[in-house]
Design a protein around this ligand. Structure first.
Ligand SMILES: [Ca+2]
Length: 294
């Protein structure tokens, strides 16, 4: 399925130019760590833009952060594709799901989305593009071997946000610089904005800090468990809440840090005041698993 160019969201054209600039500026790597090879942009069957995030190793968590960000551990992540921006209301509407967003606008991120609704979107998006859905819609279990869309693991999200850096934010440690990279409590005027308006990270990903908090695949657990090398961690096997990352338009600068963690019941079972700050972006496997059916 392909969306005609005249129906693409207004941000699509300037986004391509902004992404090109972002990649051009990261040749020497961002402050705080080596960025490695610049990821490539990938156009999906629906003409959405994803980043091919290279595999690599990073230090997950923060020794100076909150208790649930420790202990810092070395994590290896396999390559994957990630949406360059948060899922927009235009993308949500394309799959005829009914727009639940509080702050309406086709180029704004879809919000008031539960974890379960985000997972169902992933499956619908997969089917629309002839891919195998990742989620069992009865059990919510994720088939990581499927070639369809899913939510990022917490490790994938932080790895992508950091883009090779070890600092509090992908641009450094000073929250005074957050204004140029994120919509958050101090500059968002209590609303969302079109995606992709702030500076991207060195890998070309927009709005990883702030705007809408992003659902991750993992169940939330207080700590990262035993320190040490881990490959593609997927979180606890069960739990009461799912992870949200990046902070949002209503968050303090501290809550928007790369290592900052939040969580919520996957179906909004509890009273909560954060719904209009919850959105997501999708990831996909970078290449077929050996022997996988296509
Ligand atoms: Ca975000």
């Amino acid at each position: 399925m392909s969306v005609p160019r005249d129906l693409r969201p207004a941000w699509a054209a300037p986004l391509a130019a902004a992404c090109a600039l972002a990649l051009a500026s990261c040749a020497s790597g961002p402050e705080g760590g080596a960025a490695g090879p610049a990821p490539a942009f990938v156009s999906t069957a629906a003409d959405d833009t994803m980043i091919l995030v290279p595999g690599g190793t990073f230090e997950m968590g923060s020794p100076a952060g909150r208790d649930d960000e420790r202990p810092v551990r070395t994590v290896r992540v396999a390559p994957f594709l990630m949406d360059v921006c948060e899922v927009t209301q235009a993308q949500w509407d394309r799959l005829v799901l009914g727009n639940p967003s509080h702050f309406k606008g086709p180029g704004r991120p879809v919000e008031q989305i539960s974890w379960a609704e985000a997972a169902l979107f992933c499956n619908k998006r997969s089917r629309a593009e002839g891919l195998t859905p990742c989620y069992d819609e009865d059990t919510a279990r994720c088939n990581f071997d499927a070639d369809g869309y899913r939510l990022p693991t917490e490790a994938e999200w932080e790895y992508a946000c950091r883009a090779g850096t070890r600092t509090a934010y992908f641009f450094g440690d000073d929250p005074a610089d957050l204004d140029r990279a994120a919509w958050f409590k101090d500059n968002a005027a209590k609303t969302t904005h079109p995606v992709g308006a702030k500076a991207p990270n060195a890998w070309g990903l927009f709005d990883m800090h702030g705007h809408v908090a992003e659902w991750c695949q993992d169940f939330y657990a207080e700590g990262y468990g035993a320190a040490g090398d881990v490959t593609d961690p997927r979180g606890p096997a069960s739990g009461e809440e799912r992870v949200l990352r990046g902070g949002s338009w209503r968050s303090t600068a501290d809550a928007c840090r790369a290592a900052a963690r939040a969580s919520e019941a996957p179906g909004f079972a509890d009273v909560c005041f954060g719904y209009e700050a919850y959105g997501f972006r999708c990831v996909r496997r970078a290449e077929p698993a050996p022997g996988a059916a296509r």
